[in-house]
Design a protein around this ligand. Structure first.
Ligand code: G6P
Ligand code: BGC
Ligand code: BGC
Length: 954
């Protein structure tokens, strides 16, 4: 039941929580004296209230009513804790409407310091301490080294800079930087800087952070919505005195947490109360919806300053809070911060004192211009005045400076006001911290939580009572949490340097990663050159001149016209699976029954006889299962290897590819080899009518649905393409009218060195380790049999550079073919990418950080993107050839595609299509994924052959 009115206190509650911390005599002891003070008012004096002094009982009422407003009950603190926790979990879940009161911003800090960080770093702190910025020179000495005291300098920021154009602020910061560095014996080059920027920011990386909104007295124009790291980099460049690399930006709470004294930490919560207030903590990454990460922890900046759940804060907000907010730079925002932050406590006290003075309760009912002017009472004043011991004297001194004459009991009353405002701040801060502790208990499923909280900010540094009130209240609100409070070393400067060291290491790793992947990033010129070189090789191959493209006639002259009919057997050898198919072609369409059989490696690399006997065994097994034994159906043989065909049913194997290496086959007519194997098998009769390449089978199979399909493309274990060429351009086949399907065997493109400019050392590693080094260059940069290996070699290289896996390769990662190409498809799947990376690499015995996971994802993306672009450049060359063959301004054509990589990789097909659009803009190309594989195509080629044969006999 929300608290509406200020409810009655149970005695113990009122005792426990009466406005003031220990050391203060109960207020009512003084109540009767308050009234009497007023009597001394000076009638008619300027700044003094005219309507006469309140009677004693009224003034005590007034004082009590005033101070009562700052009372926060235990129940209210619990409600604030619960509501804040609710908002935190809402924001973590990514729920945006209703906008949760707190922001929960991931900071890209994934681990607390290892302590191994070393090096010299410049730290720039802006925003934590209000109208000043601080520059530090921090030397990290790692675990062994002796801690070096950082050198630092504070610079006051002129008010016009805090409220002026953003560029002015960043130029001011850059100026302070060089002024500070000028005083140090340091190089002007290669300095690394950590930027502590204490405002709510959306971070997209350790060095990319966009300001959401200013807080705490800052309101520079042209900064909100901008990347503050870039603004600082630009200002440093404009300054031109030093070349400083801004490698990390952190919120001051993160610097505080990371700056936890080694040995006592690690601290997993960073709590700052300075001009503003906020906290960060290490959350389980899987609970942060915006992060695609399921392991490890990430530091989240709560930004609780914007907590403003009117339901629970409404009853706690006083009229003075509303007045302060109205006059602030950001009315309506940071309401919670304005009750806790050091920038506001002085102002709250001033407003209360002014109110009581104007009501004649204080200073004889007299105010002063200073008392009525904004910001005239600072946090320091409050802290000094509220000190039970020395405070009274300070009250007199401070208020005299404000032009006020302070009566005897005025001082005490002022102290009560200071204490009430201060205590409420500490208690509210405690409620917020208790919410973070409850969140940690939830996310770690721990009933009893032991945690170290790093504290930072001048409220903690200069006013120890704030911490004791906070501690006392946290114990009340989170009794099951064992919390140790650790003051942060030099206000977080060390912590910022730690994060900077981590960022510097990651930035160096990123540079090495970019250098390693740069050769995989092909630009338009390079791709256009591949298209042109392929075109040239096609023409040479068709003419029978030396070319890495054999451009093999397939004796398929037409795509199906839909009149084909009958039952056909088909074999599909050369892809991931060997299949035997029964293809029934009727008027109603094509019905396929198939069975997958494996080709063990020892058979694929055994003797040719063994291989073909194995094929016939499978056919016989299939016929038995399909009740076809003894039937001699026309058979179409999809044989996905380079064959020089002399006819539809004659194909001389030129060389094996894709891991096949059966002996005594190259140079042989594989149809004969099959027929001989059939011959060796008693009682089996098969009528081998046609041998087709899988590209041709795929084109025919898709052509059956779409007659514009005149190109066949395979991107699977291997890669290749075929297309319908003008017969007149095919030197090897007589005739100059009509078309002939040409099997390009583009896998071998570049075997003549024409791709060497693009080949990387990783391609060379893969080629050397293959069973056909120097062969199938294009295929080895594109197809499924090789992409995984390319990635594995890159990962080994990056591990050797210390960029990945802390430089520790595992035995398994050094195992050939252990990184399957299908991993790329899984890893690059938009959803769960990093989780996939982690799952796959942990299976390979690798323990990895989230940065490792990200880099592995980028390696996979670079390798598959290059493959898809090269494939697209090849298709562009083919469709452009067809368009020019036909002298068309624009060509509309379809490409039948098959192959596991093309079908399963999440982005491959769209990257191929995009590259074709870019390199063949005058061709409208539709890619048709073949549903039934090329076995159907082989059957259709057989059906066409049978139809033509029947017509020939008629
Ligand atoms: C389909 C076709 C085969 C082709 C294969 C290529 O399965 O039916 O003829 O060889 O795709 O892809 P893969 O990924 O299996 O190598
Ligand atoms: C900012 C936080 C910062 C806190 C303490 C708040 O105003 O929004 O980002 O951590 O002040 O400096
Ligand atoms: C073969 C081609 C085949 C391609 C796709 C290549 O290795 O040489 O004949 O079309 O793989 O399977």
């Amino acid at each position: 039941m929300p608290h509406t009115e200020r409810e009655e206190l149970t005695p113990e509650e009122s005792d426990q929580l009466l406005l003031l911390p220990g050391g203060y005599p109960p207020l009512w002891n003084h109540m009767d004296s308050i009234g009497s003070v007023g009597l001394r008012q000076r009638e008619g004096a300027p700044g003094c209230s005219q309507e006469g002094l309140p009677c004693p009982s009224d003034s005590s009422e007034l004082v009590l009513e005033c101070l009562q407003q700052f009372k926060v009950t235990k129940t209210q603190l619990r409600q604030i804790q619960a509501s804040l926790l609710g908002s935190m979990e809402q924001a973590l879940g990514g729920q945006t409407s209703p906008a949760s009161a707190v922001r929960m911003l991931p900071t890209y800090v994934g681990s607390t310091p290892h302590g191994t960080e070393q090096g010299d770093f410049v730290v720039l702190e802006l925003g934590a301490t209000g109208a000043s910025l601080r520059v530090l020179w921090v030397t990290l000495v790692g675990i062994e080294g002796h801690r070096m005291e950082p050198r630092s300098q504070e610079f006051v920021i002129p008010p016009e800079v805090m409220l002026g154009p953003g560029q002015q602020l960043f130029d001011f910061a850059a100026h302070c930087l060089s002024e500070f560095l000028d005083a140090l014996p340091v190089d002007k080059e290669g300095l690394q800087l950590g930027f502590s920027f204490s405002f709510p920011c959306h971070q997209t990386g350790l060095d990319r952070s966009t300001l959401i909104s200013w807080t705490k007295g800052f309101r520079c124009s042209g900064v909100e919505g901008h990347d503050v790291v870039q603004l600082l980099r630009d200002a440093i460049k404009r300054q031109g005195a030093y070349s400083i690399d801004v490698v990390a930006v952190v919120n001051d709470t993160v610097g505080t947490m990371m700056g936890c004294e080694p040995g006592v930490g690690p601290c997993e919560v960073g709590l700052v109360v300075d001009t503003g207030t906020n906290a960060c903590y290490m959350e389980e990454a899987r609970h942060v919806a915006v992060l695609d990460e399921d392991r490890g922890r990430v530091c989240v900046s709560v930004e609780w300053g914007s907590f403003s759940d009117d339901g629970v804060l409404g009853p706690v907000l006083t009229t003075f809070d509303h007045a302060l907010d109205r006059e602030s730079l950001n009315p309506g925002a940071q309401r919670f911060e304005k009750m806790i932050g050091g920038l506001y406590l002085g102002e709250l006290v001033r407003l209360v004192l002014a109110h009581l003075a104007q009501r004649g309760v204080l200073f004889g009912g007299c105010t002063s211009p200073a008392l009525l002017s904004h910001g005239s009472i600072l946090l320091e004043h409050v802290a000094e005045m509220k000190d039970p011991l020395a405070g009274a004297a300070r009250v007199h001194a401070i208020l005299r400076d404000l032009g006020l004459s302070v009566g005897a009991s005025d001082a005490e009353l002022v102290q009560y006001v200071c204490a009430a405002v201060f205590t409420r701040a500490a208690r509210l801060c405690a409620a917020a911290l208790a919410a973070v502790l409850a969140r940690l208990q939830h996310s770690r499923e721990q009933q009893v939580l032991q945690i170290a909280v790093a504290t930072g900010g001048r409220v903690f540094e200069r006013h120890p009572s704030f911490l004791s009130i906070l501690q006392e209240t946290v114990m009340l609100l989170a009794p099951e949490c064992d919390v140790s409070f650790i003051p942060s070393v030099d206000g977080g400067g060390q912590g910022v340097a730690m994060v900077t060291a981590v960022a510097a290491r990651l930035a160096a790793h990123r540079r090495l990663l970019e250098e390693t992947l740069a050769p995989f990033r092909l630009d338009h010129e390079q791709l256009a050159a591949v298209r042109a070189q392929m075109r040239e090789a096609m023409v040479k191959g068709l003419r029978g001149e030396a070319s890495s493209l054999r451009m093999l006639p397939t004796y398929v002259r037409a795509t199906p016209d839909g009149t084909e009919r009958g039952d056909f057997l088909a074999l599909d050898l050369g892809g991931t699976n060997f299949r035997v198919l029964l293809v029934r072609v009727t008027a109603g369409g094509v019905k396929i029954t198939s069975q997958v059989y494996s080709i063990p490696e020892y058979v694929a690399q055994g003797s040719g006889q063994q291989l073909f006997d194995h094929i016939v065994d499978c056919i016989v097994d299939f016929q038995q299962k399909q009740g076809l034994s003894g039937q001699s159906l026309p058979l179409g043989f999809t044989f996905s290897f380079p064959c020089r065909q002399l006819g539809l049913d004659q194909g001389i194997l030129l060389n094996w590819t894709k891991g096949f290496n059966a002996s005594d086959c190259e140079g042989q007519d594989v149809v004969c080899l099959l027929r001989e194997a059939i011959g060796r098998r008693q009682a089996v009769e098969l009528n081998v009518v046609a041998i087709v390449n899988d590209t041709v089978g795929t084109m025919m199979s898709c052509g059956y649905e779409d007659p514009r399909c005149e190109v066949g493309l395979i991107v699977g274990t291997g890669t290749n393409a075929c297309y319908m060429e003008e017969l007149q351009n095919v030197a090897a086949v007589p005739g100059d009218s009509g078309h002939m399907c040409i099997n390009m065997e583009w896998g071998a493109f570049g075997d003549d060195g024409s791709l060497d400019l693009l080949r990387t050392c990783f391609d060379a590693n893969v080629d050397q380790a293959s069973i056909n080094p120097g062969k199938q260059s294009f295929e080895k940069m594109i197809s499924g049999m090789y992409l995984g290996e390319i990635v594995r070699h890159i990962l080994l290289h990056l591990t050797s550079l210390g960029v990945l896996f802390r430089g520790q390769p595992t035995q398994r990662l050094q195992t050939r073919d252990i990184f399957k190409t299908k991993f790329l498809s899984e890893i690059e799947s938009d959803s769960l990418a990093l989780r996939q990376v982690r799952a796959i690499l942990e299976d390979l015995g690798l323990s990895l950080t989230s940065d490792d996971a990200l880099m592995v994802l980028e390696v996979c993306q670079a390798v598959s993107q290059r493959a898809a672009q090269l494939c697209g450049a090849g298709v562009a060359a083919v469709v452009e050839k067809i368009r020019e063959n036909r002298g068309l301004e624009e060509l509309t054509v379809s490409v039948g595609v098959d192959g596991t990589l093309y079908k399963l990789h999440p982005h491959f097909s769209s990257l191929v299509a995009a590259t074709v659009r870019e390199l063949a803009p005058r061709c409208v190309v539709t890619f048709l994924q073949s549903e039934d594989g090329s076995g159907k195509g082989a059957a259709l080629v057989t059906a066409v052959a049978c139809r033509l044969a029947q017509m020939a006999h008629v």
